[in-house]
Design a protein around this ligand. Structure first.
Ligand SMILES: NC(=O)c1ccc[n+]([C@@H]2O[C@H](COP(=O)([O-])OP(=O)(O)OC[C@H]3O[C@@H](n4cnc5c(N)ncnc54)[C@H](OP(=O)(O)O)[C@@H]3O)[C@@H](O)[C@H]2O)c1
Length: 257
């Protein structure tokens, strides 16, 4: 049975770990991002089919969909490409940052999903099923000061996921959302804080965050469920983070003696 999945944002962090995990379990993968050198290295390691594509560019996404169809089709899509820019308040933040966050986290997700749906339907016709999973964030479920454009974009991605599930009702295509909390990836916070490495290290001090591999294990686990099982929404946090506002720093220990 065809088990081939397209993963966007595969050149680093959660996306790269997801491609590795799928490959470990015998899935074929299509690894998508803008940085070709990183995709080529991942392809050499995992056997992924690399496609250089900016998900915010409709012509490039149309070429991606054609290439996926021509090289074997797909039964899965992981919309993972995304990120945050800035921690300024609503009052102080810049519309350019907001536009860039919406372009990649929301409009990119829609563009890739729309372009790949016919390919996924073909996959579902030949295998019986197809799956879509959108990477949102706990920032798509709880607002926090300084979250501004990222909160708004991930809330939107959450809403789009729910709309899509309703619109695909009656088709054998499950639509899932994975919303992680604090994940220590190499680039996410560094990009958000515009390259300030010292500031970017702070959220991960004295706490055991999720690693990209933790997210990938759970994500791929959702694809590995029997195909009629739809995990609508998976919220995944480190034990030390009980909400976006509560991160325990220091050792965890049972209460009492
Ligand atoms: N890290 C966290 O704490 C955390 C928590 C919750 C949710 N998330 C979400 O999880 C996803 C992955 O995060 P991460 O931590 O793995 O971040 P990351 O390491 O910064 O990875 C982001 C990926 O997206 C790709 N990308 C960005 N813009 C793109 C575009 N226009 N077209 C195609 N690819 C693009 C990047 O590759 P190129 O630059 O090569 O294109 C990169 O591979 C994101 O959606 C993020 O919002 C992260």
């Amino acid at each position: 049975m065809l088990r081939r999945v397209v993963v966007t944002g595969a050149s680093s962090g959660i996306g790269a770990a997801t491609v590795r995990r799928f490959a470990e379990l015998g899935w074929e993968t299509v690894a998508v991002a803008r940085r070709e050198d990183r995709l080529r290295a991942l392809a050499a390691e995992t056997g992924a089919h690399p496609v250089v594509c900016d998900v915010t560019d409709e012509a490039q996404v149309a070429r991606l969909a054609a290439e996926v169809a021509e090289t074997g089709g797909a039964t899965g899509l992981v919309n993972n490409a995304g990120g945050a820019l800035g921690t300024e308040s609503v009052e102080q933040s810049s519309n350019d940052d907001w536009r860039r966050m919406f372009e990649v986290n929301v409009i990119g997700l829609r563009t890739v999903t729309a372009a790949l749906l016919p390919v996924l339907r073909d996959g579902a016709r030949s295998t019986g099923w197809a799956s879509i999973l959108n990477l949102t964030s706990t920032a798509g479920h709880d607002a926090y000061p300084g979250g501004g454009g990222y909160n708004a974009a991930k809330y939107a991605a959450h809403a789009v996921t729910n709309v899509l599930r309703l619109e695909l009702a009656g088709e054998p295509i499950r639509v899932m959302e994975l919303a992680p909390g604090l994940v220590h990836t190499e680039e996410f916070t560094l990009n958000r804080l515009r390259g300030d490495a010292a500031a970017a290290a702070k959220p991960y001090v004295d706490v055991e965050p999720l690693q990209a591999e933790d997210v990938a294990r759970v994500l791929v686990g959702a694809f590995e469920q029997p195909p009629h099982v739809n995990q609508d929404l998976i919220v995944l946090r480190p034990v030390a983070q009980s909400s976006v506002f509560h991160t325990h720093r220091g050792a965890l220990a049972p209460k009492g003696e």
